[in-house]
Design a protein around this ligand. Sequence first.
Ligand code: CP3
Length: 355
Amino acid sequence: MSANDSPQGHQPTAAYDSAFMKACRREPVPHTPVWFMRQAGRSLPEYLKVREGIPMLESCMRPELVAEITLQPVRRHGVDAAIYFSDIVVPLKAIGIDLDIKPGVGPVVQNPIRTRADLGQLRDLTPEDVWYVTEAIKLLTAELGGTPLIGFAGAPFTLASYLVEGGPSKNHEHTKALMYGDPRLWADLLDRLAEITSAFLKVQIEAGASAVQLFDSWVGALAPADYRRSVMPASTKVFDAVAGYGVPRIHFGVGTGELLGLMGEAGADVVGVDWRVPLDEAARRVGPGKALQGNLDPAVLFATREAVEEKTREVLDAAAGLEGHVFNLGHGVLPSMDPDALTRLVDYVHTRTAR
Ligand code: CP3
């Protein structure tokens, strides 16, 4: 750790006193902070312009471009946090896994991991493997000033689902076949992924990220008992690995209503909630001592302005008794969304919650 650490841990930036960081720490806030998962991306014309002709994974390896794309939604919408522009498969690519991100499809892996011999594809990640992340975050923290930067990674289960299936999957059949059929190999795979993910998050925090989010997007496919037995140990390992930095740790997945308590228990400071569970009920499931993030249904943004405001009020009302609330969508921004509707939503939440 560096010399300018505060007593709270690794907090070298001006962002420490921002509304977002305060909400994550469950301290009083001047207004409810807002950011959007997938805020940097295809709903922005300025994003499409700078990405023109550059494949997704290549764009993640160019520090100036990463910094520009990360800053675009902050400039346009006035969100309370930036999220580092990258993808959950970037650290896997960085250690030499043969994969690509296909437009309109998602990550596709050339040689899926299904046997013990296949585990050999997963070597340790070093900071040199992802030098461009360190470079980009240095550029970003200089530009962002008091706006926090959220680093992120895919959680072991969600990364495993891409690696084992070989690409996006609806039923996760190969993944579950391995998890149920060869628990030893499964545990070893998740443990390797936990190490890679931990190393990747550490790189981002040491470069200056103010908070981290662990995306376990597809873990809602599991029953609580299977989550506890087969996934939670690896996710806990990741959260423990970065606990000493004192940066807020956010944990999010889709369709995780039945898992919210366990996902908090895994080691999150902030639990992300999709739109299926109201935030007051989510707080009961998560229990005390954690902030919540969420949870407007992204599809609401396609409705009328009045409907957006009404549904937003429902979210804010349900959040009224929470210890800490970070406003977000219940999942990512959709490519066809009107960027102006997102800007209006940020303004609406800020105005309505100003204290
Ligand atoms: O939130 C942000 O603005 C930061 C950027 C970000 C991307 N991917 C950029 C991206 C983040 C946080 C992610 C995480 C990610 N990637 C997750 C977890 C979050 C979630 O949505 O649940 C997952 C499951 C992935 C895997 C992935 N990568 C998918 C499903 C896709 C979409 C495929 C498609 O085109 O429909 C990608 C590609 C991707 N990641 C794009 C972007 C901007 C689109 C790439 C392009 O336009 O060429």
